[in-house]
Structures are given as structure tokens and as C-alpha cells.
Design a protein around this ligand. Structure first.
Ligand SMILES: Nc1ncnc2c1ncn2[C@@H]1O[C@H](COP(=O)(O)OP(=O)(O)OP(=O)(O)O)[C@@H](O)[C@H]1O
Length: 255
């Protein structure tokens, strides 16, 4: 098992009041190497909190997260950024590229910080750039790129460290329909080449490209669907029906 999420609980306490928010009640699941998982749930259900704990940005109140058997919730503060850089890849909804660096240097950045050899960086980018259709963009600055191009660069930056796990937070949220479809196709290809992906999304269309969908409500995982042999259109219908049945949502809504 690549990732074991064990009985996660997260209670937020505000500093100036006694009020507590239980964002995660008891979250328990495992992820095999090579899986592609979408996490869905209504606003406020705990998706971001879960992703932040998996990202080591946040510590749980109780429970553990094991990545390849190592408890990542117990990593010392001074070792966390190196751990994140070496083992996790991130794709955010707003791309998070640095405008002062070229596209190439943005992609190299995690490896530069890990003091990787230049030849290694070059070899890896030579493989990734054609796969992500960014060959022509490498000498540009991020502000010269379209949203879809920026997101492909962000994916290259996430993959260049050959992470154990890619974590994506609403990666299609800032993209139009065509660019979203392109990104989702890319994620499927990346997953088919062996990369494990966990993606948080509001969109049943986005989730329908994953192999498994976990539904979270009020801090509890209470339902999951496997795609199996279904195409993404049929799987999207099944996801929407589940959302309607279990979450009490509007069948036509993308929550
Ligand atoms: N830093 C924080 N301090 C206090 N409460 C928080 C904090 N972060 C999240 N919460 C609360 O925890 C609950 C879960 O929030 P979370 O952001 O994980 O939901 P979400 O499913 O990601 O929502 P959205 O889809 O709107 O991003 C909410 O009630 C939220 O108000």
C-alpha cells in the first residue's frame, strides 16, 4: 500500500473563542501504487483539510498518514519542506508559477532546491516537455502563457521530482471546458504511465476521469465508486447520481 490514511481527525480551535470546528471526524482509507483517486464533497465537507494533511501542510488532531510505511504526520518541522519536495508533487487551481522565472526554471525549481545535477534535470525535462506539449514554451515567462499552458507547466513542475504521489487541488477550476478536458486527458495518461494521483474536485466531469471516487460529507468518507471498465461519460452519470442520492444535491449541479 502506497498511502495509508488512518483514523484522521481534525479539530480547528480559534484562538480567541472557545468555539471548535470538527473538519474531519474519522477518515480512513488506503491508496495502492498507481491509483488515480478523486475526492468529492460539498463546500465545507473537509476536502481541503484532508488534502492539507496529506500535503503535510497541516497536522491532524488524531490519526496517522503513512506514505510507504513512513508516518508523514510526525516529520520534524525542519525536514518537512525537503520531504514535500522529494516525495510529493502539487498541482493547484491557480498554477502557482513564479513570474520572475522562465518556464524552464519554474519547472527545474524543485530539483534546484534539492541540489539535483543539471544533466538529470535536463534528461527529465526532455521526456516531460513533449508529453505535456510545452516544448515551445520553455524560454517564455509565465505571464506570457494561457491558463491551459500554465497548468501544463505546473504539471511538469509537479512531475519533475518523480514524486510518489501527485496531489491536485481543483486543477480544472480556473480552466475553460476545452482546457479542462485536455488537462483531464493528460492526468489519465500520466496515471497510465504509473503515477499515483489524488485530486480534489467539485466537478463530476473531472472526477469521472479517475479510477475511484471517494465521497466526503461532514468530515466522514461514506461512499466510494470504482470506474471499472466504464467510459468517463457513463462514470460521470453514476457520480452525479450518487451525489444526488447521498449528498442531497441537485442532479444538474456541479457542487
Ligand atoms: N484554519 C481553519 N480554522 C478554522 N476552521 C477551519 C479552518 N480550515 C477549515 N475550517 C473549517 O473546517 C470545515 C472543513 O473545511 P474545508 O476547507 O476542509 O472544506 P472543503 O470541503 O475543502 O470546502 P470547499 O469545497 O469550500 O473548499 C469547514 O467547516 C471550515 O470552516
Amino acid at each position: 500500500m502506497l498511502l495509508e490514511v488512518k483514523h484522521l481527525k481534525k479539530i480547528f480551535k480559534t484562538r480567541f473563542s472557545k468555539e471548535e470546528t470538527t473538519a474531519l471526524v474519522d477518515i480512513d482509507f488506503g491508496v495502492e501504487d498507481g491509483e488515480y483517486i478523486a475526492i468529492m464533497g460539498e463546500s465545507g465537507s473537509g476536502k481541503t483539510t484532508l488534502l492539507n494533511i496529506l500535503s503535510t501542510l497541516e497536522k491532524p488532531t488524531q490519526g496517522q498518514v503513512l506514505l510507504n510505511g513512513k508516518n508523514i504526520t510526525a516529520i520534524k518541522e525542519q525536514d518537512i519542506s525537503a520531504f514535500r519536495r522529494d516525495h510529493l508533487g502539487f498541482v493547484f487551481q491557480d498554477f502557482n508559477l513564479l513570474d520572475t522565472l522562465s518556464v524552464r526554471d519554474n519547472i527545474y525549481l524543485p530539483l534546484v532546491l534539492s541540489k539535483e545535477k543539471v544533466e538529470v534535470m535536463k534528461t527529465r525535462l526532455d521526456i516531460l516537455a513533449p508529453q505535456l506539449h510545452i516544448n515551445e514554451l520553455l524560454e517564455k515567462q509565465p505571464f506570457e502563457l494561457s491558463g491551459g499552458q500554465k497548468q501544463r507547466v505546473a504539471i511538469a513542475r509537479a512531475l519533475i521530482s518523480q514524486p510518489d504521489l501527485v496531489l491536485a487541488d481543483e486543477p480544472t477550476a480556473a480552466l475553460d471546458f476545452k482546457n479542462s478536458e485536455n488537462l483531464l486527458t493528460l492526468f489519465e495518461e500520466i496515471n497510465q504511465s504509473g503515477q499515483t494521483i489524488i485530486m480534489v474536485t467539485h466537478s463530476s466531469l473531472a472526477a469521472s476521469h479517475a479510477k475511484r471516487v471517494l465521497f466526503i460529507k461532514d468530515g466522514v468518507l461514506y461512499h466510494q465508486l470504482y470506474r471499472g471498465e466504464k467510459n468517463s461519460q457513463d462514470f460521470a452519470k453514476e457520480i452525479t447520481l450518487s451525489m444526488t442520492a447521498f449528498l442531497g444535491g441537485d442532479e444538474n449541479a456541479e457542487f
